[in-house]
Design a protein around this ligand. Structure first.
Ligand code: ADP
Length: 481
């Protein structure tokens, strides 16, 4: 078995703000069939410490970036965890990055430098009987692991940094550099220096042996100025080391034939049972029944997710005979825009502001189509859940959405391979056109059923992607493992 230490600032089911947690939570099991043993290093937030089964104390630190700390072995839901118990950094109310008021903690640089520094210490042999060959760091919060390893003593450990979303880069002022425990030589263009400050993701991308991101199309997009968010030059220079590997989903947690969150379970060959979920969903959102399709949204309500485009297209959607249910939380003005649409279209538009895992399953199992008008989308998971649940994805043509949905153009419908609807450019009028096409497809129930069934047959599991990660690790180790 190849030992890989995954380093992640969130992990499902312990703590989650987005897709990163799903990936960090699903990869270990997926990789175990491919000769990889993955342990995951995570911060000891309250939500994590409250839920794990505690194992041995593995190490002590007198001073982990400002306070005493220890590493404890932990287990939960089949995950093999190393948890950093450091109350001065992680024992706080709120989410992993911000307090209950939603404002980022001002010392996030310290909290996540500590996470990455500990990963590098483990790579250097801190723990008896555990020496990972690979450190696989996720996003800016963990990316500095690669910098700590690169600027530390010579090591055979190989590093991988995965970009889940280039929009979050962990940029801080130069004044923190002196407290990062890095040698002065790291504050250069080939290290962690970024436009005069310190870039955590930038440092990781510069120093890691291999880079990955979560879809082939996003891997291409981020090398362009339009999507590169200032890092496109670096990523172009590292083209040979950058791999696009699609996310899968946990097909046990997301299985419509056994899903306890549904009003009624169903299968591709018994789609009529889906109707009971639609009825339950209409009730939850106080919506009328009707002829047209019910569109669903499960999303962070942000500009990235195109929620402003959606708010602008709601009137069209209703005029076409569609209904809409939205589950999400996010930016206040976008939430207000959706609530205003709900007011305008009582019984046709329903909005639930909040985070509700169970209800997200019911949306996928009961809505006719899942709407994802993102301006950019590294991979996206909701379209994958939609495919698996016969909830036809209507998506912007970008990133992982482009890679996982086959547009129902005439040729694809005739060939019986279509699984959803894509639109481009990513604008309000193009979204309205896509809604129109979807409504038309829906009214041809034979074609619609075929779209649903074809989607339900798509492979959205981790199998193929886990095998690609395992190949990547073996390639880095020279094929000797
Ligand atoms: P991102 O990570 O950019 O937010 P993804 O599509 O990759 O987008 O992953 C989002 C994940 O969060 C999915 O598992 C989705 O179902 C879930 N999710 C988002 N908003 C909510 C919500 N309000 N309630 C329940 N689940 C949600």
């Amino acid at each position: 078995m190849t030992d890989v230490l995954s380093v992640a600032s969130e992990i499902y089911p312990l703590i989650k703000t987005g897709g990163l947690a799903d990936v960090a939570g699903a990869l270990p099991a997926a990789l175990s069939d491919h000769g990889v043993h993955m342990r995951t290093l995570v911060p000891g937030y309250r939500q994590v410490l409250d839920r794990i089964e505690r194992g041995a104390v593995l190490a002590h630190f007198d001073d982990l970036f400002g306070g005493a700390a220890r590493l404890i072995a932990g287990a939960s839901d089949g995950l093999d965890l190393i948890v950093i118990e450091a109350d001065h950094l992680y024992d706080r109310p709120g989410g992993p990055y911000s307090g209950p008021d939603g404002v980022d903690w001002p010392d996030n640089w310290r909290r996540f430098a500590a996470l990455s520094w500990v990963a590098a210490e483990i790579a250097r042999g801190l723990l008896d009987g555990y020496s990972p060959r690979i450190v696989h760091a996720h996003d800016w919060q963990a990316a500095m692991s690669a910098a700590y390893i690169a600027f530390g003593p010579p090591s055979d450990v190989k590093t991988v940094v995965t970009i889940h979303n280039l929009a979050f880069q962990g940029q801080f002022g130069a004044d923190i550099f002196g407290q990062l425990r890095l040698p002065a030589g790291a504050f250069t263009m080939t290290g962690v220096e970024y436009y005069g400050g310190v870039g955590f993701l930038k440092g990781g991308l510069q120093c890691a042996h291999a880079l990955t991101t979560v879809s082939p199309t996003y891997a291409l997009e981020i090398r362009t100025p339009e999507f590169g968010m200032g890092l496109d030059g670096l990523l172009r220079a590292r083209t040979d080391d950058l791999h696009g590997i699609l996310n899968g989903i946990d097909t046990r947690a997301w299985d419509p034939s056994i899903d306890g969150a549904l009003a009624k379970t169903f299968r591709a060959d018994a789609l009529k049972w889906r109707g009971e979920n639609k009825t339950a969903l209409l009730e939850r959102f106080h919506l009328d029944d009707g002829e047209g399709p019910l569109f669903g949204i499960v999303s962070r309500l942000t500009w990235q997710k195109g929620i402003d485009l959606l708010a602008g297209a709601v009137d069209d959607l209703v005029a076409m005979g569609g209904r809409l249910c939205v589950l999400g939380t996010g930016e206040a003005d976008l939430e207000q825009g959706l609530l205003a649409a709900q007011e305008r279209h009582r019984g046709k538009v329903g909005v639930i502001l909040g985070y509700d895992e169970g209800l997200s399953h019911l949306v996928q199992g009961g809505a006719d189509a899942i709407l994802i008008p993102s301006r950019f989308e590294p991979c996206g998971l909701t379209q994958l859940y939609g495919l698996r649940y016969g909830c036809v994805p209507v998506v912007a043509h970008t990133g992982g959405l482009a890679d996982t949905v086959i547009d129902a153009n005439e040729a694809a419908v005739a060939a019986g391979v279509a699984t959803g609807v894509q639109f481009s450019p990513i604008t309000g009028p193009a979204l309205s056109d896509a809604l129109r096409r979807t409504v038309k497809l829906y009214h041809d129930q034979k074609v619609w059923r075929r779209l649903q069934r074809c989607g339900m047959k798509s492979d959205v599991s981790w199998d193929a992607s886990a095998s690609r990660y395992a190949d990547l690790y073996r390639g880095l180790l020279g094929g000797n493992d």
